[in-house]
Design a protein around this ligand. Structure first.
Ligand code: SF4
Ligand code: SF4
Length: 111
C-alpha cells in the first residue's frame, strides 16, 4: 500500500542491530539512571545550555540509541558543574552519568 510518504532511511535506527555492549554496564555503575522520568529539570537548569545548544536529556537519548558519534561531540559541551544533579527531583546523579558516558566513549573527562 502506498501512503505517499516513506521513512527517511538516514534517520532510521534499527535497535535490533545495535551493539549494546557500551550501554550494558551503565546502569550497574549509575543505578540512579533508571529513575529518570524525563521531566527536563536538568536540561532547563543546565549552565551549558544557557550558552550553547547543549541538552542533557538529548544525551540520554543518543546514548540509549547508540548514536555515539553525535553524543561524543555533545558531551564536550558539559562543564561538569553539577547544577543539574542538584535540581533533579528523582535524585539522578546526572553529573556522574555524563562522566560515565565520557569514560564509556573514551573521550576526555577532565577528571
Ligand atoms: S531532572 Fe532528573 S528526572 Fe528530570 S529529566 Fe533530568 S535526570 Fe531525569
Ligand atoms: S553538569 Fe553539565 S549537564 Fe549538568 S548543569 Fe552542569 S553543564 Fe549542564
Amino acid at each position: 500500500m502506498k501512503f505517499g510518504f516513506s521513512l527517511n532511511t538516514s534517520r532510521t535506527i534499527d535497535l535490533d542491530k545495535l551493539d549494546k555492549k557500551k550501554q550494558e554496564s551503565f546502569t550497574d555503575d549509575i543505578p540512579t539512571f533508571k529513575r529518570c522520568f524525563a521531566c527536563g529539570g536538568c536540561a532547563a537548569t543546565c549552565s551549558a545550555q544557557q550558552h550553547t545548544d547543549f541538552n542533557v536529556l538529548k544525551c540520554n537519548l543518543l546514548f540509549r540509541r547508540g548514536e555515539f558519534e553525535t553524543l561524543e561531540k555533545e558531551l564536550e559541551k558539559c562543564m561538569l558543574c553539577g547544577k543539574c544533579t542538584l535540581v533533579c527531583p528523582r535524585n539522578v546523579n546526572t553529573r556522574a552519568m555524563i562522566i560515565k558516558m565520557r569514560r564509556t566513549l573514551n573521550t576526555k573527562t577532565n577528571l
